[in-house]
Design a protein around this ligand. Structure first.
Ligand code: SF4
Length: 443
């Protein structure tokens, strides 16, 4: 049977492996045992030597490369990374997982694109590994891992709000008793066996609680634990000295991740077709669609608050930082594009606050709390200032569609020819800005 730490590297067994690993300097050295094991992984492609990790540091980079390719590369080839699902490599994998968590914690913010990429990839890897374990052994290992992951003995459904919101799991798939999710057979039988007079409770358990649900929840819980672990390392790193090998891996990741993502992501690559390549750059008010022009000039009639807080805040931030949001299926945060938040503070917020001031009556004069709502729509929680430590407490609100504007703010929609055939002010802006940026200059 696969080891618990192969699924949960944060388990007691995983921690024991780390304690016994020894000198971290050797992660850059060629490791014969690692190479041997990778080469002997069933279905692993070995024809190209560059596919084989030669050291632990090499393996760490390839694990991140796998995460990026799996998410972005239409021609992703599993046979190039098959060793990531080889349970014989569990000890090496545990060490590399911990090295990556520590390097990511010291190099990136907890809510950053890089950290999210790693945490999400851990969840995917767990599910892929479980899928390769034969059903009987899989049920045993899931139970064993769940026993260890449940810290207070129960799993609250509220801890899975994100996964339910992502539609990967339906609330109706879960068996919930007093807020606790019932996953394991013992728990089910303890709570409900007396209720079944004419049916076998164990059979009912197998019918009601599917493996898919257990696997989803298990991977989600380990993702949450991984995030918590990275957060703790980040806090500790302010007080303890970090091993130079970890710092070195962190620096390599800082270069490696954008380089790899840029092969697939137009925002990083900076080229592509017209709608896929609308570039982030200084806002050009000449390209604003009529509804945005009217908002910036100030709204005097009804709808003032929504025009500033909902329409302009999302429009200005995405137009400045990530104009291709609707051509992308990525979840992004403001700091992914504006890491020190200087663009947000010096360009985006002044535009929004000026527009708020142009309103009659000026928005913050009678409703100063709307400043907090603006910050929250940028994804920084209910606070009066943007602060990286609060990012992620709320979602970065995406721009309203023309249809919604026509319903909720009809007084602002006076379409001109730039609005033809578009369904969102951001698309209108992208097209017009592209035309303005590319029109021939008068001599
Ligand atoms: S059609 Fe859309 S972009 Fe044009 S003014 Fe109306 S809401 Fe704005």
């Amino acid at each position: 049977m696969a080891e618990v730490s192969y699924i949960n590297p944060l388990s007691n067994e995983g921690r024991q492996i780390i304690r016994e690993y020894g000198d971290l300097n050797k992660i850059f050295e060629e490791d014969e045992q690692l190479i041997e094991e990778v080469m002997h992984t069933t279905n692993q492609r070995i024809s190209d030597d560059s596919l084989i990790p030669k050291s632990y540091s090499d393996y760490a980079m390839k694990r991140i490369q796998w995460a990026i390719e799996k998410k972005n590369n239409k021609n992703f080839t599993q046979a190039e990374f098959e060793y990531l699902t080889n349970s014989e490599l569990f000890m090496q994998d545990v060490v590399i997982f911990h090295i990556l968590c520590q390097a990511i914690a010291i190099q990136f913010n907890v809510g950053s694109r890089e950290t999210r990429l790693f945490i999400e990839s851990q969840g995917t890897l767990i599910q892929e590994r479980l899928a390769k374990i034969p059903p009987m052994a899989r049920a045993d290992i899931i139970d064993e891992v769940l026993d260890e992951v449940k810290t207070d003995g129960t799993i609250k459904w509220s801890s899975l709000k994100d996964v339910i919101a992502s539609k990967k799991l339906k609330l109706s798939d879960l068996l919930i008793d007093n807020g606790d999710i019932i996953l394991q057979s013992d728990d089910f039988l303890d709570r409900f066996s007396e209720n079944f007079n004419d049916r076998n409770p164990e059979r009912m358990y197998n019918i009601l609680i599917g493996d898919n649900v257990k696997e989803q929840i298990l991977s989600r819980l380990i993702m949450q634990k991984t995030e918590g672990y990275i957060q703790r390392i980040k806090e500790m790193s302010a007080h303890v000295e970090i091993h130079p090998a970890i710092i070195e891996i962190g620096e390599r990741l800082k270069e490696f991740i954008p380089d790899e993502i840029s092969k697939y992501n137009q925002y990083y690559a900076g080229s592509g077709g017209i709608y896929g390549s609308v570039q982030a750059g200084k806002l050009n008010p000449d390209a604003f669609p009529p509804c945005i022009k009217s908002t910036v000039e100030g709204v005097s009639s009804g709808g003032r608050n929504d025009a500033i807080v909902l329409l302009l805040t999302s429009f200005a931030s995405y137009a400045r930082l990530y104009p291709r949001i609707f051509a992308s299926d990525e979840t992004v945060k403001v700091s992914d594009m504006d890491p020190d938040l200087s663009i947000t503070e010096n360009e985006i917020l002044p535009l929004i606050f000026d527009a708020a001031d142009n309103c009659t009556p000026p928005l913050f004069e009678d409703q100063p709390q709307e400043k907090v709502n603006i910050i929250s729509k940028l994804g920084f929680g209910m606070h009066s200032k943007v602060d990286i430590n609060h990012e992620g407490e709320t979602k970065w609100y995406t721009p309203m569609s023309c249809e919604k504007i026509k319903i909720h703010l009809p007084q602002l929609c006076h379409p001109d020819k730039s609005c033809k055939g578009i369904n969102n002010p951001l698309s209108c802006y992208g097209r017009k800005k592209y035309q303005l940026d590319n029109q021939p200059k008068n001599e």
